[in-house]
Design a protein around this ligand. Structure first.
Ligand code: NDP
Ligand code: 2IT
Length: 449
């Protein structure tokens, strides 16, 4: 084990998600360190695993009954070697420093792969938006921003959405920032299109993930046409992954939320997907209601403590985990491989455990890690920043075309790096090495800061 792991484990022993993310990257980049002895001499690992800055703050807010609640707010400013800190905000009761450090660490390499000038960061709160009224969410967002505003800025740190943070939350956060700073700037991305957002940003993560999958299949002279696909989640990434898969002729048979999943053997078509969008984005309902509306679908509750998740145990050609971290464990990965799945493309961040990844790596399937496959979201956020700086809005086709070019470029970058380091076709190693080298070279150019 690299001594750096020992430092991390002793410094922050409880941060298991962060340890997992670091372990995965360190194992991939060993050959790079051996080839470049100056990296060890310059202590690049020690530097890259330590956030440049972590901000933790109190977020007091009042619910509709007049009761006061106190949540914890965070922003992890991980690395600014390539540009302003960039990355989403997550509002979910599970949020803690370990989860945000893992997400910020992944974001640094992901952003490096996008071809744009973006550093990496992540933030959020243990606030749970589920079951809260719009007014409660607004008051929470205003309180959150009343502290965060002093740490961010369009050239400093540009947050966006993630789990539990969508267009509604970005709107409330932006309103408060603008009031406090008296400035209308591109300080957040994922804004509504009529006041500074970019077309295609809501779709970008899911669409980009499907473009990446299509590129992978093309290396084996295959396409998504008629492929049976398992998708998990039913939020932003799952919805637009499903939309693009349908457009490309694939058949999506599952969607989920944290309570359970639906299996629709006939496939989720455009109309059914519209129902899901209204159900999740407007009614803020549960995926269970899909099976009440469409009797051909079967709903199965999931038990987070179970040995495997039955969603990943259906016959399929492709799998797109689009919900959350560690949703595919070793058993799930083995079930996917046993069912002859040909491709796993990660829409979520770190959805597969290290043991699960090992199962994929030991098989012949095409496996793309989230930091490559889901980079389309932050890439279009980067394009939103460019449009805001120019005070111009590009048409839908232009943004989508740029997204396609970026995803193709990330795919090629991963394959080239994997080839250069003697592991052809290994997207995990390729993504980690290409992202790492780009960030490290910039850090070395900029001196010991
Ligand atoms: P949303 O909040 O829109 O949707 C999240 C979905 O995942 C919901 O269906 C939710 O179910 C489910 N989910 C969340 N937490 C859990 C959990 N602990 N167990 C099981 N299911 C869970 O978020 P996004 O779609 O934006 O994000 C999904 C994933 O994609 C995350 O890993 C995120 O980091 C990643 N990502 C997002 C990007 C973006 O642009 N939004 C960009 C790149 C990656 P429920 O409603 O029950 O909570
Ligand atoms: O994980 C991610 O890449 C995101 N949540 C999107 C970040 C962004 O800045 O658009």
């Amino acid at each position: 084990m690299e001594p750096i792991m020992e430092i991390i484990l002793s410094r922050d022993p409880e941060q298991k998600e962060f340890h997992q993310a670091v372990t995965e990257v360190l194992e991939s980049v060993k050959p790079v360190l051996d080839k470049n002895p100056e990296y060890r001499h310059e202590k690049v690992l020690e530097r890259i695993v330590e956030p440049e800055r972590v901000i933790i703050f109190r977020v007091p807010w009042m619910d509709d009954r007049g009761e006061i609640h106190v949540n914890r707010g965070f922003r992890v400013e991980m690395n600014s070697a390539l540009g302003p800190y960039k990355g989403g905000l997550r509002f979910h009761p599970s949020v803690n420093l370990s989860i945000l450090k893992f997400l910020a660490f992944e974001q640094v390499f992901k952003n490096a792969l996008t071809t744009l000038s973006l550093g990496g960061g992540k933030g959020g709160s243990d606030f749970d938006p589920k079951g809260k009224s719009d007014s409660e969410v607004m008051r929470f967002c205003q309180s959150f921003m009343s502290e965060l505003f002093r740490h961010i800025g369009p050239d400093t740190d540009v947050p966006a959405g993630d789990i539990g943070v969508g267009a509604r939350e970005i709107g409330y956060l932006f309103g408060m920032y603008k009031k406090l700073k008296n400035e209308f700037t591109g300080v957040l991305t994922g804004k509504s299109v009529n006041w500074g957002g970019s077309l295609i940003r809501p779709e970008a993560t899911g669409y980009g993930c499907v473009y990446f999958a299509a590129e992978m299949l093309a290396t084996r002279n295959s396409t998504l046409e008629k492929k049976v696909c398992l998708v998990s989640g039913s939020g932003n990434v799952a919805q637009y992954t499903t939309e693009k898969l349908i457009e490309m002729g694939a058949k999506v048979v599952t969607l989920s939320d944290s309570s359970g999943y639906i299996f629709d053997e006939r496939g989720i078509d455009k109309e059914k997907l519209e129902y899901v969008k209204t159900l999740k984005n407007i009614k803020r309902g549960r995926i269970k209601e899909y099976a009440e509306k469409f009797s051909e679908a079967v709903y199965t509750p999931t038990d987070p403590g179970a040995a495997f998740n039955p969603l990943w145990n259906h016959q399929a050609d492709c799998a797109f985990p689009c919900a959350t971290q560690n949703e595919i464990n070793e058993n799930d990965a083995q079930n996917l491989v046993n069912n002859n799945v040909q491709l796993v493309c990660e829409g979520a961040n770190m959805p597969t455990t290290i043991e699960g990844i090992n199962v994929f790596q030991d098989s012949n399937i095409l496996y793309a890690p989230g930091k490559a496959a889901n980079a389309g979201g932050v890439a279009v956020s980067g394009l939103e920043m460019s449009q805001n700086s120019m005070r111009l809005n590009w048409p839908r086709q232009e943004v989508e075309h740029r997204l396609q070019i970026i995803m193709k470029s990330i795919h090629k970058t991963c394959l080239d790096a994997a080839e250069d380091y003697g592991t052809p076709g290994n997207y995990l190693i390729g993504a980690n090495i290409a992202g790492f080298v780009k960030v490290v070279e910039a850090m070395l150019d900029q001196g010991l800061v």
